[in-house]
Design a protein around this ligand. Structure first.
Ligand SMILES: Nc1ncnc2c1ncn2[C@@H]1O[C@H](COP(=O)(O)OP(=O)(O)OP(=O)(O)O)[C@@H](O)[C@H]1O
Ligand SMILES: [Mg+2]
Length: 321
């Protein structure tokens, strides 16, 4: 396979992936999910509590069997080739569970043995990984005594023990302090950039997802609402709910401008807010507005689109669903 082709390869792919729970299959946790994640991407999976993020991840790593549909991870079928998937992936579950009466080193030894890693490689890797996640001084501490942040970082070390090409991280920073969370994000970026690891993570922090993810999937009630870069998601919302502008005009009374703009094609609403005019418009109405103000004899001193951060975009997508 040539390099370009390999780069564009989908390393995670699902087709109509569905999971139902309950005696009568009455709970649809994941509903006909079609997703693809490219090799080397950091993909963020976001959605309200109970949206189906963890259930999706569990199906992708072979911990839960789909009710219908299919999926592939690293080229392996998520139902028939679970062992291959275990070898190719690393997982940080939420909550992460370890053998709490064992030390960090002993825990990692245990997981390394599951992967048949030879002793010399294993012992070096354990030390390297604990250093990578900043736990070098806790090598011989029992994990039972670890704080929430230490547990998350240790969980990442554990997920990396088999040098996986794909990492599944379920809420990797929830419950950790800001410094620890930043360290985790920097590590995730580093793994992706320097090692080419594909990362599939879930998070409730939109700022975090905006910072580290190449693309984002938004899920609610089991259904994928949107997928794309932050800009693509923003455009989707702009198309749906319109664009908000702040406008300031000189040489004309505000009321006169507002009257003139009301009823203009593409203008949905006009309000006065904190000394400026707030407009909600369709896409592509900007030029017409500028022209209209000019023809009324006004001079525009400010005409800015209100930039939506991912938090706003997310809320709008969920609201509109
Ligand atoms: N083992 C189970 N039995 C029955 N219902 C389940 C089971 N696991 C998950 N569910 C249901 O499936 C839905 C999706 O849950 P899931 O844990 O995947 O959501 P999530 O997006 O990870 O939420 P959170 O952000 O709270 O972690 C929920 O309605 C949940 O109650
Ligand atoms: Mg979850």
């Amino acid at each position: 396979m040539d390099a370009e082709k390999e780069k564009n390869e989908n390393i995670i792919e699902t087709i109509d992936l569905t999971k139902r729970f309950g005696k009568k299959n009455e709970i649809t946790a994941v509903d006909s999910l079609n997703l693809s994640v490219k090799k080397g991407e950091v993909f963020g999976f976001v959605g309200p509590n109970g949206a189906g993020k963890t259930t999706t991840m569990k199906m992708l790593i072979g911990l839960l069997e789909p009710s219908s549909g299919s999926g592939k991870v690293a080229g392996f079928d998520i139902v028939r080739e679970v062992i291959k998937i275990r070898e190719a992936t690393g997982v940080l579950p939420e909550p992460a569970g370890f053998y709490d009466n064992l030390t960090a080193r002993q825990n990692l030894r245990f997981y390394a043995k599951l992967y048949d890693i030879d002793e010399k490689t294993r012992e070096k890797r354990i030390v390297d990984l604990l250093e990578l996640v900043g736990l070098e001084r806790a090598v011989d501490q029992r994990t039972g005594g670890f704080s929430t942040g230490m547990r998350k970082r240790f969980g990442l070390a554990q997920a990396l023990i088999n040098e996986p090409g794909v990492l599944f991280l379920d809420e990797p920073t929830s419950g950790i302090d800001p410094l620890g969370a930043q360290m985790m994000r920097d590590l995730i970026k580093k793994l992706s950039k320097e090692k080419g690891v594909t990362v599939f993570l879930s998070s409730h922090s939109m700022a975090e997802v905006e910072e580290i993810c190449d693309r984002i999937g938004v899920i609610a009630r089991g259904r994928l609402l949107a997928v794309g870069t932050v800009d693509e998601l923003r455009d989707k919302v702009r198309e749906k709910v319109g664009i908000r502008y702040a406008l300031e005009v000189q040489d004309l009374p505000v009321q006169r401008v507002m009257e003139g703009l009301r009823g203009l094609k593409g203008v949905r609403s006009v309000e006065a807010v904190n000394g400026h005019i707030s407009l909600l418009t369709d896409l592509g109405a900007r030029m017409e507005i500028a022209k209209a103000v000019k023809s009324m004899g006004g001079t525009i001193s400010m005409f800015e689109e209100e930039r939506m951060d991912l938090q706003r975009v997310f809320l709008k997508l969920i609201e509109a669903a």
